[in-house]
Design a protein around this ligand. Structure first.
Ligand SMILES: NC(=O)c1ccc[n+]([C@@H]2O[C@H](COP(=O)([O-])OP(=O)(O)OC[C@H]3O[C@@H](n4cnc5c(N)ncnc54)[C@H](OP(=O)(O)O)[C@@H]3O)[C@@H](O)[C@H]2O)c1
Length: 259
């Protein structure tokens, strides 16, 4: 299917690995020019090269913490008029909420709620004026259902979701949409749990971990960043203009609900 977004400019935050990278790849496949971001310059450059080589699109790299106002400024200086914004960031580490002091709670809220709102504030009026905009936020299934140790993640992302539910309706008549994708169990570094960046998992341990997690999912497997990315790209397509303010679990049926 032609997504109708060839040549559109897309900022994809936190996109050197994992789900952000999956979204970037799918948008590149659809012909978008990309503005990628991540803190580790080497990983970011490797992903940018891979995408240029595979899809032949222009890719600009913006290194740094996406919650840092200076990095946000750099992203917007590189791409002042994006057509597409994919908000993503690392998630808070697993922790009993009793271990969270005020600084840690504010950090989680800043990373997973405030930063995406700041970026949306910066781009939404331009999108509305141009009559096209697609904003996708990568949140978490923890918005719908508690996950032990991820209370901060749930709270910050639920805050983002509620905040944007009203905002989405204010720009729907300008062909600007805001939707959230809620990953369940997708096979990325994040799902490996605490680990050294760039560390390689023992293959036997990895297989056992995948089997254990897969057994909890009705689909019987973990999702892939590639299939996640294709759903994001569809939400960014010309075909998805009548769909806004929605939360879309991508979870192999993990969230059990009739509605
Ligand atoms: N995978 C899942 O099953 C799952 C489930 C529920 C929710 N989620 C959420 O989905 C989001 C993406 O998860 P993932 O699995 O793709 O994680 P991941 O595999 O750990 O990848 C995270 C990506 O974000 C970048 N990043 C992290 N912190 C950043 C920051 N402050 N500024 C800029 N870039 C940053 C990382 O690069 P650098 O480290 O180089 O910055 C990397 O490219 C997270 O918020 C996660 O909590 C994932």
């Amino acid at each position: 299917m032609d997504l109708g977004i060839r040549g559109k400019k897309a900022i994809v935050c936190a996109s050197s690995r994992g789900l952000g990278k999956g979204c970037a790849m799918a948008l590149a496949e659809a012909g978008c020019e990309l503005f990628l971001n991540g803190r580790n310059a080497t990983a970011l450059s490797a992903t940018a090269s891979e995408i240029r080589q595979r899809f032949g699109v222009k890719v600009t790299e913006i290194v740094g913490d996406v919650a840092d106002p200076e990095v946000q400024k750099a992203l917007l200086a590189a791409c002042p008029s994006p057509d597409i914004l994919v908000n993503n960031n690392g998630g808070p580490p697993y922790r009993d909420f009793r271990e969270l002091d005020r600084a840690k709670i504010l950090e989680g809220v800043t990373n997973n709620m405030v930063a995406p709102i700041e970026l949306i504030k910066a781009v939404i009026d331009g999108m509305a004026a141009r009559g096209f905009g697609r904003i996708v936020n990568i949140t978490s299934l923890s918005v719908y259902t508690p996950i032990p140790g991820l209370d901060l993640s749930s709270g910050a992302r639920a805050g983002l979701t509620a905040f944007l539910a009203g905002v989405a309706r204010t720009v729907a008549n300008r062909n600007v949409t805001i939707n959230n994708i809620l990953p369940g169990k997708l096979d990325t570094d994040r799902l490996r749990g605490p680990h050294e960046p760039g560390s390689v998992e023992d293959p036997a341990e990895g297989a056992a971990r995948r089997a254990r997690l897969s057994a909890e999912v009705p689909a019987g497997r973990l999702g892939t960043p590639e299939e996640f990315g294709q759903i994001c790209a569809f939400l960014c397509s010309v075909h998805a203009g009548y769909m806004t303010g929605q939360n879309i679990p991508v979870d192999g049926g993990l969230y059990v609900s009739a509605f």
